[in-house]
Unconditional design. Structure first.
Length: 277
């Protein structure tokens, strides 16, 4: 339900941004000269502070721009609040999924919604791929072997897998190497993305149906304090920032990979005395 509200808020924010841009283009010269060289976020801040007065066209233009800018700011705040709540819910439901490369709160929510409350009904990763519309559809002809776009399945989940694939193509070294290799084989970029989505669906299915155990971050904080280790020392040992360790212990960050690394380091170098025999 929160994902539905967020989606409508994003659409409304985009509409407000487009309308504000159009009004700036057609505004009186005094306003256009003031706003034309600014970036969009700066335009929003300036327009939100306009104080229209009188009955002139400039006054009405300022009034319209102020209303749109404040509407944009309100929606932006609403989306940020929804992101925090959706991230918390996703972290409670499946922290390992949220910590996967390329998966954010919005994509994790779409995938969890598609899987439903009973993901065990999907007996294999092939059924999950079909559910997300990434199972291959034969489009071969003669000696040409290829697969076409699958237009079935849950399109929101399909969109989430596409976003993960494109994010990894920009940021993940292994994915970049894979793309380079497939391009050398003559594959088009759209076909490579379809292959990536199918592979990611396999990975997501494992995380949803058989999630790995999640470290208890509050317990890790207690263990660190008992060992008289500072956050700075722990962060330096596992090569991260102290702020990330602090956020992890306080439950504001749900990075499963970092939490597991932190837990393994504490158990190896400073074992919990309560678990010793």
């Amino acid at each position: 339900m929160l994902a539905v509200v967020r989606r409508s808020a994003v659409k409304a924010r985009t509409q407000a941004a487009n309308q504000l841009h159009a009004l700036v283009v057609g505004a009186p010269e005094s306003i256009k000269d003031q706003l034309s060289d600014m970036k969009f976020n700066a335009q929003v801040r300036v327009c939100a502070r306009f104080r229209p007065s009188g009955e002139s066209s400039v006054s009405y233009a300022k009034q319209a721009l102020r209303r749109l800018a404040r509407r944009y700011q309100t929606l932006d705040t609403e989306i940020a609040e929804l992101d925090v709540e959706i991230k918390r819910l996703c972290a409670n439901a499946n922290p390992a999924l949220l910590a996967t490369k390329g998966v954010g709160p919005d994509t994790a929510a779409k995938l969890l919604v598609a899987a439903g409350d009973n993901p065990q009904r999907m007996k294999s990763e092939r059924s999950f791929a079909a559910l997300c519309g990434v199972s291959p559809v034969q489009a071969s002809s003669g000696r040409t072997v290829r697969h076409r776009l699958n237009r079935g399945g849950n399109r929101q989940a399909n969109s989430a897998l596409w976003r993960i694939a494109t994010t990894r193509m920009r940021t993940d070294a292994a994915t970049k190497e894979y793309v380079t290799r497939r391009e050398a084989e003559g594959k088009k970029r759209t076909e490579i993305i379809r292959c990536l989505k199918r592979h990611i669906a396999r990975e997501i299915h494992r995380l949803i149906t058989n999630p790995p155990p999640t470290p208890n971050c509050a317990k890790l904080r207690s263990q660190r304090r008992q060992a008289r280790i500072t956050i700075t020392q722990a962060a330096r040992a596992i090569r991260t920032q102290p702020s990330r360790i602090s956020a992890l212990e306080l439950g504001r960050d749900h990075n499963h990979q970092l939490a597991t690394q932190y837990q393994n380091w504490l158990q190896t170098h400073h074992p919990d005395p309560s678990t010793s025999t």
